[in-house]
Design a protein around this ligand. Structure first.
Ligand SMILES: O=P(O)(O)OC[C@H]1O[C@H](OP(=O)(O)OP(=O)(O)O)[C@H](O)[C@@H]1O
Ligand code: HPA
Ligand SMILES: [Mg+2]
Length: 186
């Protein structure tokens, strides 16, 4: 592994989920998703930018042939709290009417982003609309969301790495770690 917690100096508090644990979990989730969509056409929708790593690794762990599209929304800006206001920065390139759609996310925190996405994409009349997320913070939920596939339930702490950022940094860490409070003014 190229980067570890020590290379990050004092920025990281601890490694929460290792690269090896993420890889194993994605293989496990991919097998379940393969079983669900056997014989069906599946469109996976990645939510930019955080879900880039999960999309890339999950897609390669799937046996099901998929098409891929991306949506960019943002609600966090440079802070550690969701503003609750979701903005579309980039819409899907494809019409999802009549398609089996799987939204792929890095994290469900307050749930505000996904609850907005579900109602937005749901109104486009897909044949089915399900969710796979690598991480979920049960103690941070502001809205209840029905999620089919969850990688890890984690404590209510701000995490970075494997796609997740703080002020656009740390996305390229191969693991998920917690940030030292001094980095975000805690
Ligand atoms: O459940 P919530 O509280 O809504 O938080 C989850 C969302 O927040 C992050 O995205 P962000 O808006 O920061 O954009 P990014 O993916 O580009 O980092 C993350 O990638 C999820 O999409
Ligand atoms: O804990 C988090 N870390 C990074 N980005 C996030 N977006 C929602 N929650 C988080
Ligand atoms: Mg973010």
């Amino acid at each position: 592994m190229r980067v570890d917690a020590k290379d990050m100096g004092a920025d990281l508090k601890e490694v929460l989920i290792t690269k090896e644990e993420i890889d194993a979990k994605l293989v496990e989730l991919a097998a379940k998703i393969d079983a669900e969509y056997a014989g069906k056409d599946l469109l996976i929708v990645g939510v930019l930018k955080g879900a880039v790593m999960v999309m890339a690794d999950l897609a390669r762990a799937l046996s099901t042939p998929v098409t891929m599209d991306w949506m960019a929304v943002s609600s966090y800006g440079a802070g550690t709290q969701s503003s609750g206001v979701v903005r579309i920065l980039k819409d899907l390139d494809t019409d999802i009417k009549g398609k089996h759609v799987l939204i792929v996310e890095d994290i469900i925190d307050s749930g505000l982003t996904l609850s907005w996405l579900i109602s937005n994409l749901g109104s486009r009349e897909p044949e089915s609309l399900k969710i796979c997320t690598l991480l979920r913070k049960p103690d941070a939920a502001k809205v209840a969301i029905d999620v089919e596939w969850v990688g890890f339930d984690i404590p209510n702490e701000f995490v970075v790495g494997y796609g997740l950022d703080f002020a656009e940094k740390y996305r390229n860490l191969p693991f998920v770690g917690t940030l030292a409070p001094h980095v975000y003014g805690g």
